[in-house]
Design a protein around this ligand. Structure first.
Ligand code: BJW
Length: 228
């Protein structure tokens, strides 16, 4: 990586699969167990808030029982050792990158351990369940929702991400199916900027043909090999 100065890394559910967190679109994944329009849209939340709060309470609780795997740890090591600019953008709402040693992580689809208040619009760190409508720590309204980005909502920090992509020398996509926009379009943005592009995924993603290079296999092996 001697000639590389600016790297943007995008991660998806596949990087946390070997830690024991279900992906969305694999056989037996979250979208086979729950209808996406019921639990991951603002309309689903308006229709049945208990279902949605219960879904995210269950996932927040499961987070306490899992650990970062060698892929998360390899990216943590890379952040410490790489001398150029590195931006880690994750679509994941878990905190396994932080626990794996990465300190500069941009959660474009939000975080399980954060609450968003529907009344005052403020975000607060959050650990417990939301199903019993606890009050917002800031305005006391019983209006908390998970601080995650559902379909039809604007992902976080897009300006910062597009700015980094427009300057990148290397774009690496890890463990994502390439089925959800705008993240699925990052490879094209990076290519327009002249970056080399690499996919590391268990199997070819929907956008695999857009990458200069692709390596397929489990992230727990591929990522440490690449980042070494
Ligand atoms: C392994 C592995 C192992 C397994 N090792 N790999 C353009 C065209 C068409 C539609 C749209 C478009 N632009 C926008 C849309 C609409 C929509 C969209 O994309 N729809 C598609 C379904 C077509 N997008 C939106 O609504 C987004 N908002 C938006 O676009 O706002 C306007 C805007 C415009 C312009 C610029 C900016 C904004 C919002 C999307 C929100 C997505 N939310 C979710 C839920 C978040 C909270 C939660 O976690 O519950 O985000 S949905 C879900 O999908 C979650 C994920 O982050 C996201 C991506 O999934 P991911 O991570 O790729 O997981 P999987 O399961 O799909 O794939 C896992 C991969 O890992 C697989 O390939 C496996 O093989 C692999 N794998 N084991 C390595 N061990």
């Amino acid at each position: 990586m001697a000639e590389i100065e600016r790297i943007v890394i995008l991660t998806g559910a596949g990087i946390s699969a070997e830690s024991g967190i279900d992906t969305f679109r694999s056989a037996g994944g979250l979208w086979e167990q729950h209808k996406v329009e019921d639990v991951a849209t603002p309309e689903g939340f308006a229709r049945d808030p208990d279902l949605v709060l219960g879904f995210y309470d269950m996932r927040r609780e499961a987070l306490a029982r899992v650990e970062p795997n060698p892929a998360h740890k390899a990216l943590g090591r890379l952040e410490r050792e790489f001398e150029g600019d590195l931006l880690l953008v994750t679509q994941n709402v878990d905190d396994l990158h932080e626990r794996g040693g990465s300190s500069r992580v941009l959660h474009m689809h939000g975080e399980l351990k954060s609450a968003l208040c529907g009344a005052c619009g403020m975000r607060s760190a959050w650990e417990g369940p939301m199903i019993d409508r606890p009050p917002c720590p800031i305005c006391q309204a019983p209006s908390l929702r998970p601080d995650v980005v559902w379909f039809g909502e604007m992902p976080y920090q897009m300006e910062r991400i597009y700015a980094a992509l427009s300057n990148a020398d290397l774009f690496v996509s890890i463990g994502t199916s390439g089925a959800v926009y705008p993240a699925a379009g990052f490879v094209q943005e990076a290519r327009l900027a002249g970056a080399r592009t690499l996919e590391l995924n268990l199997e070819p993603s929907e956008g695999t043909h857009m990458f200069h290079q692709a390596r397929h296999g489990p992230a727990g092996t591929l990522v440490p090999d690449w980042a070494a």
